[in-house]
Design a protein around this ligand. Structure first.
Ligand SMILES: N[C@@H](CCC[C@H](N)C(=O)O)C(=O)O
Length: 669
């Protein structure tokens, strides 16, 4: 923080800028905070992501210099992506979000196009942003493939393979057309297998798998084409998930007998390309900025004053002041993994009860622990560490691997560096590069993953059947959730969805989480203005939203924004694959075939667009480019999106109508 920086706790006197963007329609509110002076509590994240009373998004990206946050210690990207799910919970990584984040850096004049390093809770990622509006590519690190687990989605059981992309995923292949599935309710999963929750991908293989789609060619440049829908932890169903697509690409390739290749992953919001090499996973896809503007101070105050639903907080926070309000101290609450959707899509809730496995399920599927617990980024850098670390809702069985919620002693820990820290560290220059890869970093993860490469493949017995590609497939409309949990289909007495499938009468449930307390509404303290970070009480539990508040004002519309609102059309229609004959219980059989560990059936696929990146990953010149990018001043006067305030000043307050700046529409402080 510079000398002229406001003292912690000083109210921010101006409007807070924001931008809105999406990657394949996985959308985000972007809040620039280069000095790390803003705290955005979960309830404000929820309010901002509210699609009716807020700006609306699946998640939030806070743009902060890596040197200004405890999580960034040891990370060497100039910028840190502080990602939040729409329900206010923190996640380790977001593949679509980091592309949008990079686009924002460039459009806001904070970075130059080209290669840049962006730090996340899952390590520092290399990102290539071409000049113009072309797709952005991210080196996401290796997919760490774990073991089989079963999940209940829309009343059906699916077997899947757990994968860590820094955050946890369960990839479930199925013969049922994914567009027919009901993803309006949170999946029921085994909390012992996923103590911090899980993102669930349901997948059809459409082309390129000789065993299941014989004779159906993939689009040019791809080895496989798949379609997926996803239910995201903390966000509900989204129209795309970048980390999920990476997980799907890795598992789908292995199911087809390959460990490397390129996969077209079609999602409701478009298509992303996944390239799996022996060392890493590349995610390529669009990133679009839609608008920029300023949050209304009145709206912020109203958002902070709304009542909250008392529940176990999804992300225990340390003492901090907050954006929009200051709350009273509360004793630490028992942590319950957060994996529910935000309130405008599905209720936040305690860990769901896990129904009995389907009759055809293996008697005792292995707990879904990644093969190398010490290498899984979401284990080494758990998303919700807090001192003291509470026990998971259900401890893993004795034979299970150590709980992923157990932080590594060497992992970067917010417990050590954040929660008890009254203010961001006074670091004014970039830290020198560590001699060894920092724990939890991408480099460390990759090195560990290489060492355990042969242990990636899960012991799953599966069957793939093709299904007919469908043009213009769509997902059911998102349900509009009401404040009343019951009105959202939530049974507070049972602590699970009202229409959750009954547990099997033929055997006990494998793991049943405690139903949890019935949510109750309680007020929070009166709203206070936006404040800078300072020693402050813990953040209260995530709140529900209230209607009728003033919202953040809209600013400019980006010329590059895709505002058609139309369903994404797959650009190149592929030949129709033979549609399988659905058999009773088929959803249980669709999963991933066993692949011999360590079998590599193809060379890494290098396409023209990715060749440069693959070279960049290893070329020393990348470091020079990254350094240059970090050290040089961004071009002035060309940015189209709101820039953050200069160091030491409150968030940017552009003059109304200034060239290149969004017009100030909302009320001023
Ligand atoms: N949509 C993101 C993933 C966001 C985080 C996820 N919901 C989690 O909690 O792990 C992506 O594009 O990867």
């Amino acid at each position: 923080m510079s000398d002229s920086a406001p003292a912690p706790g000083t109210p921010v006197s101006g409007p807070v800028p924001f931008a809105k963007g999406h990657g394949t329609e996985n959308d985000f509110v972007i809040v620039p905070d280069p000095d790390g002076v803003l705290e955005i509590p979960p309830q404000l994240v929820r309010a901002l992501c509210d699609r009716r009373a807020g700006i609306g998004a699946d998640g939030l990206l806070r743009v902060v210099r890596t040197t200004r946050i405890p999580e960034g210690l040891g990370l060497d990207g100039e910028w840190f992506m502080d990602y939040r799910n729409g329900d206010g919970s923190i996640a380790e990584m977001c593949g679509n979000g980091i592309r949008v984040f990079a686009r924002y850096l460039v459009e806001a004049g904070l970075a130059k196009p080209g290669t840049m390093r962006i730090s996340t809770r899952a390590g520092t990622k290399l990102v290539v942003v071409p000049d113009g509006q072309s797709d952005i590519t991210v080196d996401m690190g290796p997919a760490v493939i774990g073991s089989e687990a079963v999940v209940q989605v829309g009343g059906r059981s699916f077997a899947g393979i757990s994968v860590s992309m820094g955050n946890p995923h369960l990839v479930c292949g199925t013969v049922l057309p994914v567009e027919d599935l009901d993803l309006t309710s949170p999946p029921d999963f085994d909390p012992a297998a996923f103590p911090t929750g899980v993102n669930v991908e349901i997948v059809n293989v459409l082309a390129g798998d000789a065993r299941t789609t014989p004779g159906v060619p993939s689009p040019d440049g791809y080895d496989l084409r798949v379609r997926m829908r996803v239910y995201e932890r903390g966000s509900g169903e989204t129209r795309s998930c970048g980390t999920g697509a990476c997980a799907v690409g890795a598992v789908a390739l292995r199911s087809a007998g390959k460990t490397t290749g390129r996969v077209a992953v079609d999602v409701p919001g478009g298509r992303v390309a996944i390239t799996v090499t022996t060392a890493t996973t590349l995610l390529e896809g669009p990133a679009v900025l839609v608008a920029g503007g300023q949050l209304s101070p009145e709206w912020l105050a109203a958002a902070a004053a709304r009542p909250v639903i008392a529940q176990a907080p999804s992300e225990p926070e340390g003492p901090r002041a907050v954006l929009g309000e200051v709350v009273e101290p509360t004793p630490p609450a028992t942590h319950t993994p957060s994996h529910a959707a935000p309130s405008d899509r599905a209720p936040s809730r305690p860990a769901p009860s896990h129904p009995a496995p389907p009759e055809s399920a293996p008697p005792q599927p292995a707990p879904a622990q990644p093969a190398s617990p010490q290498t899984a980024p979401h284990q080494t850098a758990p998303p919700r560490p807090a001192p003291p670390q509470p026990a998971p809702a259900h401890p893993a069985p004795p034979e299970a691997a150590p709980s992923p919620s157990t932080p590594s002693p060497s992992a970067p820990s917010r417990a050590a560096g954040s929660e008890g820290t009254p203010s961001p560290p006074a670091v004014s220059s970039r830290p020198s590069a560590p001699e060894a890869a920092p724990p939890g970093s991408e480099e460390a993860t990759r090195a560990d993953a290489r060492a355990s490469d042969g242990a990636f493949v899960a012991d799953a017995i599966v069957e793939w059947v093709t299904e007919e590609p469908v043009q213009g497939w769509d997902t059911p409309p998102r349900p509009h959730a009401e404040a009343d949990p019951a009105a959202r289909g939530w049974d507070p007495a049972r602590g699970r969805p009202q229409h959750a499938p009954p547990r099997s009468s033929k055997g006990p449930a494998r793991s049943v989480a405690p139903a949890g307390p019935v949510p109750s509404v309680e007020p929070v303290s009166p709203a206070a203005p936006v404040r800078h970070t300072s020693p402050a009480p813990p953040v209260r539990p995530v709140g529900s939203r209230r209607r009728g508040e003033a919202t953040g004002s809209w600013g400019t519309i980006s010329p590059s924004a895709d505002i058609t609102g139309a369903w994404h059309t797959i650009p190149t229609p592929e030949p129709t694959a033979p549609r399988p004959t659905a058999t009773p219980g088929a959803e249980r059989t669709g999963s991933w075939p066993t692949v011999d560990p360590g079998v590599v059936t193809g060379e890494p696929v290098v396409t023209p667009g990715l060749g440069a990146l693959l070279k960049a990953v290893t070329a020393p010149v990348v470091e020079a480019i990254a350094e240059e990018s970090a050290d040089e001043q961004p071009p002035a006067g060309t940015h189209a999106f709101p820039r953050p305030a200069a160091p030491g000043r409150p968030p940017h307050t552009p003059p109304p109508g200034a060239p290149g700046e969004p017009a100030a529409v909302g009320p001023r402080a």
